[in-house]
Each structure stands twice: as C-alpha cells, then as structure tokens.
Design a protein around this ligand. Structure first.
Ligand SMILES: Nc1ncnc2c1ncn2[C@@H]1O[C@H](COP(=O)(O)OP(=O)(O)OP(=O)(O)O)[C@@H](O)[C@H]1O
Length: 339
C-alpha cells in the first residue's frame, strides 16, 4: 500500500500518507498509541471504508477497484466482538460459514476443526456469554477463519486480556502462521506484543508510518544503552548536569527519572552518578537496559510512548502497557461496505 490518506468528517486527518508492505506468511504489526490511525488503515485494507487517496493491494486485489475479490480472500476480526452472546460457539460458527457460503458438505468438518484448533471443543455447546474473555477472543479468531482466508486482519486482538491469556493467544497466532502459512496483519498499542509476536512492524504516529522493520533491526539502530536514574526532586537540574558528560549521547526527563543514553551503560553509571551528586541531585536507583521499542518510538517521533497517546518528553509513563479503551470498533467479522 502506498500514500493512503483519509480525513473523517469534521476535519480529523486520520491518515496522512501511510505506506508499508507486508510479506506473504508473516505476522506484521501496526504499532501506535490510541488515535494514531491503525484501525482506519486496517478498515481501508479490509474494504470497510475508503481512502481519499493512495493505493492498496491485498492478496492480489485492489481494495478500491476490486473489493469483492479482496473480501473473499481476507478475514477481519474487529476490536469489538460481533458474536451472538446468546448463541453457542458452534451456532455462531455455523452461521458464519453460511454467510460466507462455505459449501454445505464442508461445514461440519470445518466448524469442528476450528473449534478444536482454538481449544473450544469442550465448550462448543455452551452459550458464549458464559465464556471468559480469552475464550471469546479465540472464538472471534475462529470466526475470522471460517472461509479459509489468505490474509487475516486483527484489530487489537489482545486488548483487555490478562497477561496469561494474551500470551496464550500469541501462541495461537504463531501456530497459525507456521502451520497454515497465513499472513496476519494486526494492530496493537502494546510494545511487548509488537516485540514478541511480530516478524516485522510499522510504527504509526499521527497518521503516518515513521519506521518499518523487524523488532530486532529497529532496536539495533538505536545506539548504546539506556541508563535510567531515579532522582529526588525535579529532574531539570539532573538533565542539565548530565548533558555534557563524556559518552552520553542523549538525556531526557521521564517522570521522576532521567534517561541517559550512553555508549556503554555499565561504564557510564559511576560517571553519571558522580555528575549528579556534584550538582546536588540525590540518586535513588539506577537501571541499565538495552534499547527497547519504546526507545525506537522516542527516536523516531521525539516523544516517549504511551499507549493512550504519545506524550511530550518526560511527562508520559514511558513504555506504558496500560489497556486502552476499545474505540472506533466495528462489530462484524465479515468485510462489508462502510455504513
Ligand atoms: N468514524 C470516525 N469519524 C471521525 N473521526 C474518526 C472516526 N474513526 C476514527 N476517527 C479519528 O481518526 C483518528 C485515527 O483513529 P483510529 O481509530 O484509526 O486510530 P487507532 O490508532 O486505531 O486508535 P485506537 O487504538 O484508539 O482505535 C483519531 O483521531 C480518531 O478519533
């Protein structure tokens, strides 16, 4: 896809020239805070809404010129589940196969296989409203797969799930990729999810892709280690005191801490602590870490990452893993035209 732009009514410029490419058989992530434009991008690719400008090819079809072909070849799992809570998993899957015109002779076997695959065989005939959050999400995943798509779109698949359930869902997705060769494009605001799950990712910021690559390559581009110094009192003096220390590449305030990027973190620690003590700043704790996707985001946007919206330097929680509220969701699994 290249140069996608989209402005919503009342002037919101959701996309401002989004371009990236996804390879067959990979898990590709769109990472960004709430409102960055991830859902809008996926909805355009899933033919649920149209871009104002730009071009996108999905599974060999042009989303504008040939949306029907694209729809046949993709699955879409929205942020908000569209399953009937007062039906069973089996009933929901049967209905979904009928909507996708799966041949009658193939339905039973396919539903059974999907139930097995997502680990819901034992609960298949229970009403969905009795399911846990993780079971519901696994059913959503199965719903998106009934017509055996080539490409699966997942909009924030693990938002609201507890860490254990999230990790289990990652395993399911990795299995899908390796056993069935499915191409997966997912959106996430979890740095950890993007890092662990995605073969490649694009960081989306204010309607643009700021950088694209494998998590390892993106982190490797950031030089040095991050030394986090928790200090007593305001951080302004501390930032000032560290600015000119030899070997320090960058200093930033971050809440009650100061972050210093240094070529060799361990060697820099005593030098940094001494510089702060000389400036009369008391140091409470020090940690050294290798660059994270949080640092990648900071490097490319100039702001620290916060799941609920990037914040100016130093004022955000830095690498937050907080749940964002599901927003802008669509409750359908099957691609359809914009309402
Ligand atoms: N239907 C709509 N009408 C008007 N503005 C919209 C609509 N949908 C999204 N927006 C706005 O477009 C921008 C991008 O939203 P989008 O949902 O694509 O972001 P996102 O990165 O997916 O965030 P989230 O994780 O919160 O869904 C936001 O400013 C949002 O408020």
């Amino acid at each position: 896809m290249s140069g996608l732009t989209k402005r919503y009514p009342r002037g919101v410029q959701a996309l401002d020239g989004v371009s990236f490419s996804v390879r067959r058989g990979e898990i590709f992530g769109l990472l960004g805070p709430n409102g960055a434009g991830k859902s809008t991008t996926v909805r355009i690719l899933a033919t649920l809404t149209r871009a104002d400008r730009g071009r996108a090819l999905v599974a060999g079809g042009d989303v504008s010129a040939d949306p029907a072909t694209v729809r046949r070849r993709i699955g879409y799992v929205a942020q908000v589940s569209g399953v009937d809570k007062y039906g069973t998993a089996r009933e929901n899957l049967y209905l979904q196969t009928r909507m996708h015109r799966v041949p009658a002779r193939a339905i039973r076997e396919r539903v059974d296989r999907l139930l097995e695959w997502v680990g819901l065989t034992g609960a298949a005939d229970r009403l969905v409203h009795t399911y846990s959050g993780g079971m519901k999400r696994r059913l959503d995943l199965a719903m998106g797969l009934v017509h055996e798509p080539e490409v699966l779109f997942l909009d924030e698949p693990t938002t609201g799930l507890d860490p254990e359930t999230r990790t289990a869902l990652w395993q399911d997705l990795l299995r899908l990729r390796s056993e069935q060769g499915l191409t997966v494009l997912l959106t996430t605001h979890y740095l950890e999810e993007a890092d662990h799950l995605c073969d490649r990712l694009a960081i989306v910021d204010r309607g643009r892709v700021v950088v694209e690559g494998t998590p390892a390559a993106l982190k490797a581009e950031i030089q040095g280690d991050t030394v986090t110094l928790d200090v007593e009192g305001p951080t302004d003096n501390a930032v000032e005191a560290l600015r000119d220390v030899d070997g320090v590449l960058e200093t930033l305030p971050n809440g009650t801490s100061v972050l210093a990027r240094a070529a060799h973190g361990a060697t820099a620690v005593p030098v940094l602590v001494t510089a702060l003590e000389r400036a009369g700043v008391a140091v409470k704790a020090v940690t050294v870490s290798r660059p994270s996707l949080d640092d990648v985001y900071l490097h490319h946007t100039g702001r620290r990452y916060s799941a609920s919206g990037a914040t100016p330097n130093g004022t955000g929680p830095g690498g937050a893993m907080a749940d964002g509220a599901a927003s802008g969701g669509d409750d359908r699994h099957a691609p359809a035209r914009e309402r």
